[in-house]
Design a protein around this ligand. Structure first.
Ligand code: RP5
Length: 167
């Protein structure tokens, strides 16, 4: 299928304060030519909006949802309870517990309602973006090509490093 500007991935965060982390998912989605939309939705502060967003997501053409939250991070699990789309959870690094609370909240889903859980913070947000692109890569050849060249650039950066043992 060919790409249009229609969003394929929803990037959701529990608070505007999560943006500094979640922008790394947005950056890599952009780099990989994946059309996305962004929303701030809270499991605690806007539960009704969260449910309508998740329940309408598949019908609006989304293929996956990336959800980042910190602390008592119910957002990814609650989204997953309202949709069977893949939900990719990013634990945001909290101040009180350095993100371990967020990680445990997101990763410990009961059997039956999965959330694919990524690393705490920036690496997790980046990898969630790349993983969403991987999920789309069989359906959209342009995304597969973007992923291939992204991987080649990572490899080349190592080969170009003056401390690389081949130099
Ligand atoms: C969570 O609470 C959010 O995902 C955020 O990481 C955390 C703190 O939110 P704020 O108090 O900064 O809005 O729901």
């Amino acid at each position: 299928m060919s790409l249009s500007s229609q969003p394929l991935v929803g990037v959701v965060m529990g608070s505007r304060s999560d943006f500094e982390t979640m922008e790394h998912a947005l950056k890599v989605l952009q780099e990989l030519n994946v059309p996305y939309e962004v929303r701030v939705l809270s499991a605690h502060r806007t539960p009704h909006l969260l449910s309508s967003y998740a329940q309408s997501a598949r019908g609006r053409g989304l293929r996956a949802i990336i959800a980042g939250a910190g602390g008592a991070a119910h957002l990814p699990g609650m989204l997953a309870s309202f949709t069977t789309l893949p939900v990719l959870g990013v634990p945001v690094q909290s101040k009180a517990m350095s993100g371990l609370d967020s990680l445990y909240s997101i990763v410990q889903m009961p059997g039956g309602i999965p959330v694919a859980t990524f690393a705490i913070g920036r690496a997790g947000a980046t990898n969630a973006g790349i993983f969403a692109a991987s999920l789309l890569s069989s359906e959209f050849p342009e995304i597969r090509e973007s992923l291939d060249s992204y991987r080649q650039r990572l490899t080349q950066a190592v080969l170009d490093d003056p401390y690389f043992e081949g130099h």
